[in-house]
Design a protein around this ligand. Structure first.
Ligand code: GTQ
Length: 353
């Protein structure tokens, strides 16, 4: 496929320019002047590769912890802004990411919104919780937690140490559709209707209640504890084989449907054994990575990132990505692959060089 000469913009003339002015005055425009940048032969993303070092971000987040309460802020979060999309609260064209801090004794008040959210826990002693639709789940490092769209959620930290996690939301997608709604619960902390761990027992054990009928578009299991995930990665690594591109990579699923946990967002976890040197691959879903364990290097297009625990980096659509591990490492990642697949636009490509 020739990707450079898909469309060549026609030349211009005084008469054509005159027409364009008359078109403009009537809220119309000549397609042939914009077609080349509108319908591109390959993705042309405004998003660039970027890395956020945890050692840079954590002190800033702790400063925010001294200067503003979770209650006053509603959510005390440092938004991770793609350097090429500053001021838009976007880490990619379709996704929002942030790093959230809840200090000991704090509550981030109960609210709900049209955007779907995920959390990947970075730091904490397993004392903090997120409550979703009447049930709390404890937040431990490495846990993957959902707050599906329009579910009330509040975060609390009754323990003695701060808790920090990565937030991922589909806010730019919801706003693209001008479909944003949000409101508060009457109570700061929502009332609980089920015991902690109920959803995990009910939906996460390879079992379903006999009267279960799928309800809603998101997974009813809203917490995927790291201890379980890590054990799976460990066992699958021992059993082999290790994928030459991805290492041992798994996707989080809605256990009821086998599909993605939320309608727009896909999430993944991968184990890269020490000295793993993955081959390049690319796909149309720009992906946000968070390092759960270990040190390594990732090449994203022209950029090379050396990473360690809790660092976060982003790979834009269609840029080649390859991972190397300097020791046993685990990467969490998320993207809009669920939305792209639902719309039929997702593509991937592997490089054999
Ligand atoms: O925890 O509900 O990073 O509503 C941004 C918006 C987190 C949350 C964010 C939110 C939340």
């Amino acid at each position: 496929m020739d990707t450079t000469t898909f469309y060549v913009k026609p030349g211009t003339s005084a008469e054509r320019k005159d027409l364009y002015e008359r078109l403009h005055a009537k809220n119309t425009a000549p397609l042939w002047e914009v077609l080349a940048k509108l319908v591109t032969p390959e993705p042309q993303s405004a998003c660039v590769p970027a890395l956020w070092r945890y050692d840079d971000i954590r002190p800033l987040l702790m400063d925010a912890g001294r200067l503003i309460t979770a209650k006053e802020a509603e959510r005390r979060v440092l938004v991770l802004e793609n350097p090429a999309l500053q001021g838009r609260s976007q880490i990619t064209s379709s996704l929002y990411a942030g790093v959230q801090l809840v200090m000991p004794g704090e509550v981030a008040p109960s609210h709900r919104h049209a955007a779907s959210a995920l959390r990947f826990v970075i730091e904490g002693e397993g004392t903090a919780y997120t409550a979703v639709d009447g049930e709390r789940t404890t937040m431990r490092p490495g846990d993957f937690v959902l707050t599906p769209f329009w579910t009330f959620h509040d975060h609390g930290n009754p323990g003695g140490q701060p808790v920090i996690w990565l937030d991922g939301l589909d806010v730019p997608i919801v706003n693209l559709f001008d479909a944003s709604f949000a409101d508060h619960h009457d109570e700061e902390t929502q009332p609980l209707t089920r015991r902690d761990g109920d959803a995990l027992a009910r939906y996460g054990g390879g079992l379903l209640p006999i009267e279960h009928t799928p309800r809603g578009l998101s997974s009813p299991m809203f917490s995927y504890p790291y201890a379980r995930t890590r054990e799976v990665l460990d066992t699958l690594y021992r059993n082999g084989p290790v994928h030459p591109r991805y290492g041992v990579k798994m996707q989080y699923v809605n256990p009821v449907t086998g599909g993605y946990p939320m309608p727009t967002i896909a999430a993944f976890i991968q184990f890269l054994p020490g000295s793993f040197k993955g081959t390049p691959h690319r796909s149309t879903d720009a992906t946000v990575y968070c390092v759960a364990e270990g040190h390594g290097r990732t090449q994203v297009g022209e950029a090379a990132f050396a990473w360690g625990p809790h660092d976060i980096f982003v790979a834009p659509s269609w840029q080649r990505v390859s991972h190397e591990a300097l020791e046993d490492a685990v990467l969490f990642s998320f993207s809009d692959r669920a939305a792209q697949k639902a719309l039929g636009v997702w593509r991937e490509d592997e490089e054999t060089v």
